[in-house]
Design a protein around this ligand. Structure first.
Ligand SMILES: [Zn+2]
Length: 178
C-alpha cells in the first residue's frame, strides 16, 4: 500500500540524507571549486569537484527532507546532466525541498548533521553554518546542530580526497489553519 505524504496518518516523519564529494586542489593545480559548506565559504586550499557548487551539507539536508516525505531525491529533481544546474547555488535545491514539503503540509522540527572532513576545520564557521541552515529550513537556530568529524586519516576521506555529510531531519505535519 502506498500512502502519500498528504494522507492522514502519522504526524511526524524522519528523514536521512547522505552525500560525498571528491575534493581537489583549487585551480590551476586542480579542479576544486570554492569550498562552500552549508552555504558558508570555508578557507581551504581544496574544494569539491561538482556540477553544482558542491555543497555537500546542503545536498545531505535536502535529501533528508525529501526522503522524510518519500519525494524524489536530489539527483532526480536536479540531475547533474542538466546544464541549468551547472555551478548552481545549492541553497536553491534546499529551498525547493522546503517548498515541496510545505506544499504537502509538512515543516522541519529539527535537524542534526555530521560533516566528515580531514585537514579543514569547520569549528570557525560552525555557528555561521547553523544560523544559515536554520534560516533556510525555517526553524530557530537551537534546533539545528552541525558536527565536524575527522576520518582518522583512513581511506579517501581521511586522506583529504573527499568530504562526506550525513543529515537527519524530523518533520511534523503543519497543524490545520497554519
Ligand atoms: Zn552533492
Amino acid at each position: 500500500m502506498t500512502e502519500s505524504p498528504h494522507a492522514s496518518g502519522a504526524s511526524f516523519r524522519v528523514g536521512h540524507g547522505y552525500d560525498l564529494h571528491r575534493l581537489d586542489r583549487r585551480p590551476p593545480l586542480g579542479a576544486g571549486k570554492p569550498f562552500i559548506l552549508g552555504g558558508v565559504r570555508i578557507p581551504a586550499d581544496r574544494g569539491p569537484v561538482a556540477h553544482s557548487d558542491g555543497d555537500v551539507l546542503l545536498h545531505a539536508v535536502t535529501d533528508a527532507i525529501l526522503g522524510a516525505l518519500a519525494f524524489p531525491d536530489i539527483g532526480q529533481l536536479f540531475p547533474d546532466t542538466d546544464a541549468a544546474h551547472a555551478d548552481a547555488d545549492s541553497g536553491t535545491f534546499l529551498a525547493e525541498a522546503v517548498r515541496r514539503a510545505a506544499a504537502a503540509g509538512w515543516r522541519v522540527v529539527n535537524l542534526d548533521a555530521t560533516v566528515i572532513l580531514e585537514g579543514v576545520k569547520i569549528a570557525p564557521v560552525k555557528e555561521a553554518v547553523r544560523a544559515r541552515l536554520a534560516s533556510m529550513v525555517g526553524v530557530p537556530e537551537a534546533r539545528v546542530n552541525v558536527k565536524g568529524k575527522s576520518h582518522e586519516r583512513v581511506d579517501a576521506v581521511g586522506e583529504g580526497r573527499a568530504v562526506e555529510a550525513h543529515a537527519v531531519v524530523l518533520m511534523e505535519r503543519v497543524p490545520d489553519g497554519h
